[in-house]
Design a protein around this ligand. Structure first.
Ligand SMILES: O=C(O)C(=O)C[C@]1(C(=O)O)C=C[C@@H](O)C=C1
Length: 356
């Protein structure tokens, strides 16, 4: 077949795809009506996950899993926008890694609201000015994002999904590499690139700013002082900076886990994760006995963090992630056992343990 013939076939297929997408949109519209009538959540992470898992299993063609996920992300984003004016609040500004995580989960068709800090994200969702919020919870190099952990203690919000995003920081500037005297970035990004900075710019002034996007802006404004920034390629593009080196983080696999917070948690999908908080009595052996609850029920605990309670000095709150859904009888049993040994247990939600 020559090029024109092949393209004719592609045009035919695109026509069929568009007709099918329109039929899908009609059905999605009906789903939206049913959900509004029955007071159900528009965003259904368990359904999205089941749909993606089924398609990836069924796929026998050339498209890799990554492409199928990306294509369907946008199809379902369009569906969400058809069903409702979905508003997603995130830790801004635009171009931040959190913004990119939010787009990875909700696609380009929904509305996004950048907010200046974590508390505002929690607050806007709790006041229903936004439907969902996206906040970072931990980074594979730098560990927990403490402020997010702390906000869960008093928040009525639940976790309904997680997002894993590979963080590849780049060096960006409007000056040649030899003229760089200062490096602007968010403290997390500077920490993720600590080794690289020491090796390549041991004498540079490190300037901590509120976000990597702000760092890019400052690098643009302070060209005369030899300013450069470390952050996302999206931030470099926003401010017209040249990417001088890509992927400069010390660990190639540097990944941040983000959470989607909303009014309700997510129903079981068969492969889930549960997050909870607990506080123990100040007695010998309390923590051991609390954790034994999980061992007794053979529950895999994939994460534990401790944070000062902020109510009494030297009193702690523990943040734990478990494999399984809180409706699974085993997880339920483990949590009931945990409650016997704790002064407080707060379930933060169960959500698909998606590895994307
Ligand atoms: O099945 C639903 O609940 C829908 O709203 C439809 C749909 C989809 O496009 O398939 C869209 C958004 C939801 O998050 C999940 C799935």
């Amino acid at each position: 077949m020559n090029l024109d013939d092949i393209r004719k076939h592609i045009d035919d297929i695109d026509g069929q795809l568009l007709d099918l997408l329109s039929s899908r949109a009609d059905l999605v519209h009906q789903v939206g009506e049913v959900k509004k009538r029955d007071g159900l959540q528009i965003y259904a992470p368990e359904r999205e996950e089941a749909l993606l898992r089924r398609l990836i299993e069924r796929n026998k063609g050339r498209l890799p899993e990554k492409s199928i996920r990306a294509i369907y992300r946008e199809i379902m984003s369009a569906a969400l926008a058809l069903e409702d004016d979905l508003k997603i609040a995130y830790l801004g500004p635009e171009g931040s890694w959190t913004h990119q995580a939010a787009i990875k989960k909700f696609g380009h068709s929904v509305d996004y609201t950048p907010l200046p800090n974590f508390s505002e994200v929690f607050d806007q969702v709790a006041r229903r000015r936004a439907d969902y919020g996206v906040v970072p919870i931990e980074n594979s190099t730098e560990g927990a994002v403490n402020h997010t952990l702390d906000l869960f203690v008093d928040s009525p919000l639940q976790i309904c999904a997680q997002i894993l995003l590979r963080i590849e920081n780049c060096l960006m500037a409007d000056v040649p590499r030899e003229q760089i005297k200062s490096l602007y970035s968010h403290p997390q990004a500077l920490a993720q690139c600590r080794g690289w900075i020491l090796k390549h710019f041991p004498k540079a002034d490190l300037v901590e700013v509120s976000s990597t996007t702000r760092a890019a802006q400052l690098a643009k404004e302070n060209v005369a002082d030899g300013a450069a920034a470390i952050g996302s390629p999206a931030a470099a593009e926003m401010y017209g900076l040249t990417v001088l080196e890509e992927s400069i983080q010390d660990r190639a696999t540097n990944t941040t886990r983000f959470l989607v917070i909303g009014e309700k948690t997510c129903p079981p999908t068969g492969k889930d994760r549960t997050s909870l908080l607990f506080a123990i009595h100040d007695r010998p052996g309390s923590l051991v006995r609390a954790l034994q609850a999980f061992d007794q029920f053979h529950i895999n605990m994939s994460k534990i963090e401790s944070r000062p309670s902020k109510r009494k000095d030297w009193e702690y709150i523990f943040y734990v992630d478990l494999s399984g859904h809180c409706e699974d009888p085993v997880v339920k049993g483990g949590i009931e056992e945990l409650e016997k040994h704790c002064s407080m247990v707060k379930l933060l939600g169960s959500y698909p343990d998606a590895g994307e």
